[in-house]
Design a protein around this ligand. Structure first.
Ligand SMILES: O=P(O)(O)O[C@H]1O[C@H](CO)[C@@H](O)[C@H]1O
Ligand SMILES: Nc1nc2[nH]cnc2c(=O)[nH]1
Length: 418
């Protein structure tokens, strides 16, 4: 009879045992281990619902986003990739556990809590990654607001990159924001277009809402066209009108939520940037002229945009205050962080609101705004907006070509009209 020896942990002795007993012991031990793992998994499921995410693995996934994985979703010509992304956007959710908040989009989980802003090198790496996906070098960028993603479909020969596949990038969680970047030709002008943006109410810090602008800057973009859907406070505005933004009031900014909070990297811009002339005067004049030329004279206005935090729409009392005390013309929940970051790094900005609803001023009114109405109003104006944006792009491109070299002092004089 052959013997095996078994360690007895109770008295630290070694006991002899027959071979058959030894094998039975091994099998029993193996089954016990499987059982314990199984119970452990059930317990984990019960105590930590899969609504919540393991932050440690999330952030490592995100920060160290698999760059090879990005190859997977890169597609040329976007029709199929657009639709899949749109359904992802509408499913997007933001969830949290006691360690950090994450936005979930498909398989990707992005932290949306208080992280420190990405540094220059990290942003440069994103820009280089995107440049490696296209042969176009764009001087003009477009950011599409709620329901305005159609603008990106103007591009020909386009390359589409989903946000979830761009390293360090947030994901879109709002209906009407496709959540992808499109690079292609608009009337033969190379243009990069963000079909979907990020808002503070999604849980993102303002620097993250504006992160794409720095990426565009390091990709070589000089002029930015920013669009949004906004509620109008003006009695002479109608749903579907365009309001060219000439100035802004930023409720988050005034409350210390500027996207530039944190250490300043002079490679982007100065510590204390001025917002004087933030909305390029020349571009505003072009827009009014183009509006007239394409038959929108009565539907185009200039005005002051106010960024509120959202996601609630303003109460009638707030609307009356914003109009009567602050002289605001239209309200929204975006755009300003992008403008601030764009101006900080010297980009030229043209921004407009598509009036998607009239703000309700009467506390006892039966009317109230809703997001479906906002998206539908924007979609209903897509033909006019396409022509408008196309014309603006051509005009801006012509201007950029006639500018002297950047290191020429007269460059900034020309751009800023000073
Ligand atoms: O500003 P965009 O992204 O166009 O969207 C606007 O529409 C949404 C509300 O309906 C808010 O997100 C508001 O900011
Ligand atoms: N804050 C705000 N954002 C909007 N976006 C579209 N409409 C509105 C609105 O009425 N208020």
């Amino acid at each position: 009879m052959s013997y095996r020896y078994r360690h007895n942990p109770n008295n630290n002795t070694v006991l002899p045992m027959t071979e058959d007993k030894f094998f039975i012991g091994v099998i029993v031990g193996f089954l016990a281990k499987c059982g314990a793992d199984f119970i452990d998994r059930i317990w984990t499921k019960m105590t930590k619902s899969d609504r919540f995410c393991d932050s440690s693995s999330d952030s490592s996934n995100n920060k160290g986003c698999n760059w090879n994985g990005c190859e997977r979703s890169h597609s040329t010509d976007s029709e199929t990739s657009c639709s899949s992304s749109e359904s992802l956007s509408s499913n997007g959710e933001v969830h949290g556990n006691d360690r950090e908040i994450v936005a979930i989009q498909g398989d990707k989980k992005t932290p949306v809590g208080e992280e420190s802003p990405l540094n220059y090198d990290e942003i440069k790496a994103i820009a280089d990654f995107l440049l490696s996906k296209t042969m176009y070098r764009c001087q003009i960028g477009i950011i599409c607001g709620s329901g305005l993603s159609e603008l990106g479909n103007l591009l020909e020969n386009r390359t589409t990159i989903h946000y979830e596949d761009i390293p360090h990038f947030p994901v879109s969680t709002v209906v009407g924001h496709k959540g992808q970047m499109v690079i292609g030709l608009l009337k033969n002008v190379p243009v990069v277009c963000m079909q979907g943006r990020f808002h503070p109410y999604e849980g993102y810090p303002t620097w993250k809402c504006a992160l794409p602008v720095r990426v565009l800057h390091l990709m070589g973009v000089k002029s930015l066209i920013i669009s949004n859907a906004a509620g109008s406070l003006m009695s002479d505005h109608r749903v579907g009108d365009i309001m060219i933004i000439k100035d802004h009031i930023s409720m988050p900014g005034l409350a210390g939520r500027s996207p530039l909070v944190g250490s300043n990297d002079n490679r982007f811009g100065t510590r204390f940037p001025s917002m004087q002339g933030a909305y390029n005067k020349k571009y505003r004049e072009y827009a009014l002229k183009i509006g007239e030329e394409i038959g929108l004279k009565d539907n185009i206005h200039e005005g002051v945009y106010c960024m509120n935090g959202g996601p609630v729409y303003e109460t009638p009392a707030e609307c009356r205050m914003l109009l009567n005390t602050l002289n605001i013309n239209a309200v929204g929940m975006s755009t300003v962080p992008e403008v601030v970051v764009a101006r900080h790094c010297g980009m030229l900005v043209f921004a407009f609101s598509l009036i998607s609803n009239k703000c309700v001023m009467d506390t006892d009114s039966e009317n109230s705004p809703n997001h479906a109405e906002v998206v539908a109003a924007c979609a209903s104006r897509k033909s006019d907006l396409k022509v408008f944006v196309e014309r603006m792009v051509l005009q801006i491109y012509n201007d950029l070509q006639s500018l002297p070299l950047e290191n020429d002092k007269s460059y900034w004089k020309l751009l800023l009209g000073k």
